[in-house]
Design a protein around this ligand. Structure first.
Ligand SMILES: [Zn+2]
Length: 174
């Protein structure tokens, strides 16, 4: 009888602790000042760098989705689903490198991507979000990215982003 009581007390304490942790996490999530990115159903932005041009970011999200639809083998519906639920945190992380030596500058966690102000890692991290969405096993070593067309999509996206950035700079200068 006494041991049953002890077990019950310990279980209750565990449940309380777990609930406390979950509430804490929910509170922190809620505290992040996500702003909706205009033009999309469910894209949120949190710009910690203070450097992001919203219009460029909007064009970049469109360019990433277009490139993934065109070159990668992800199901089109999943790719389009990115704009229905994606959080983009922008912070200064431009010096990270992938296994192949290319600059990555990002991280994907659940449906949140952390990228640098250049936005060059957006498609890369969005691809990891799609992998998690697809199988729960992101290919962090990028071993299938050649055959899946993801590097081709990334190259196309980066080229397009370069054009978009230059056009914005020239637009501002004139
Ligand atoms: Zn990666």
């Amino acid at each position: 009888m006494a041991s049953a009581t002890i077990i019950a007390v310990v279980l209750l304490a565990c449940v309380r602790l777990f609930a406390g942790i979950m509430m804490g996490a929910a509170y922190l999530r809620q505290r992040v000042p996500w702003e909706p990115l205009e033009g999309f159903e469910g894209v949120r932005v949190h710009d910690l760098s203070g450097l992001v041009d919203r219009e460029l970011l909007r064009d970049a999200v469109r360019a990433a989705v277009d490139a993934l639809l065109r070159y990668s083998d992800f199901e089109p519906e999943r790719v389009r689903g990115l704009t229905r639920d994606l959080s983009i945190a922008v912070q200064r992380v431009e010096s990270w490198h992938a296994m192949d030596g290319t600059q990555v500058g990002g991280l994907a966690q659940g449906r949140t991507v952390y990228i640098g102000p250049s936005l060059s890692a957006l498609l890369h991290e969005a691809a990891h979000v799609l992998e998690m969405n697809e199988s729960n096993f992101p290919d962090y070593r990028h071993s299938q990215w050649g055959t899946r067309g993801i590097w081709a999509a990334d190259n196309a996206y980066r080229a397009k982003l370069g054009e978009l950035s230059r056009a914005r700079v020239e637009g501002r200068a004139s």
